[in-house]
Design a protein around this ligand. Structure first.
Ligand code: SAH
Length: 207
């Protein structure tokens, strides 16, 4: 299929990640008006002025997480629920937080309809993480922060990995991978350049 070929050609090589990308029907996560473009390698608009990420970036960030089947994962920025669905195929449990209640409700409904039972969607401020559910083996943030959200880093298990876009809202952003060492030190790797909507504090006031 063209969709997988494009991901392979762009450098995604992890077989489990490619399988997960093949399994999850992206068409079910986009708006009806853009269903025809669901398998093109591009971000698309969803409700509340947000976007469903480009498939390549979803696959890339997932690959960089180095997921194992026993992992518990925290995602900040549920959006459509697409990234959460991909994660759910590769990890034991996914907790995903979205600041727009409308998006959270829609994503929860979609994920349940598709049978992805190991994802929990929470409407709330993801910048606070989910302290009652921490620590997490992996954390992925799918909105861009100007600086590393320390609260989230605290909720990462020893040996854990966090992958997030870092950079200003209008300027350049880069995917960064943070690995938490046993002694609490954090190793930082700068990866590819990206463009994400901003990580904003607090619950959204509008629905
Ligand atoms: N992972 C999504 C892409 C989402 S776009 C997908 O697969 O479709 C980024 C999302 O992050 C937006 O929906 C935005 O509302 C959300 N977001 C931004 N700041 C947030 C915060 N502090 N807490 C939770 N969600 C946040």
């Amino acid at each position: 299929m063209e969709f997988l070929l494009t991901l392979r050609r762009r450098g995604i090589s992890d077989a489990a990640v490619l399988r997960a990308m093949d399994d999850v029907p992206r068409a079910r996560f986009v708006e009806a008006e853009t269903a025809g473009e669901a398998y093109a390698d591009q971000a698309l608009p969803i409700s509340c002025g947000q976007t469903i990420s480009q498939p390549y970036v979803v696959a890339y960030m997932t690959e960089q997480l180095r997921l194992q089947p026993h992992h518990r994962v925290l995602e900040i920025g549920t959006g459509s629920g697409y990234q959460a669905a991909v994660l759910s195929r590769l990890a034991r449990e996914v907790v995903s937080i979205e600041r727009y209640r409308t998006l959270a409700d829609k994503a929860r409904e979609r994920l349940a309809a598709l049978g992805y039972g190991n994802v929990e969607v929470i409407a709330g401020d993801g910048m606070l993480g989910a302290p009652d559910r921490a620590p997490f083996d992996r954390i992925i943030v799918t909105a861009a922060a100007a600086t590393v959200p320390e609260v989230l880093l605290e909720q990462l298990a020893e040996g854990g990995v966090m992958v997030l876009p870092l950079g200003s809202h209008s300027g350049p952003q880069r995917i960064v991978r943070l690995t938490k060492g046993a002694d609490g030190t954090v190793n930082r790797e700068e990866l590819i350049a990206v463009r994400f909507v901003p990580l904003l504090p607090g619950k959204a006031q509008e629905l």
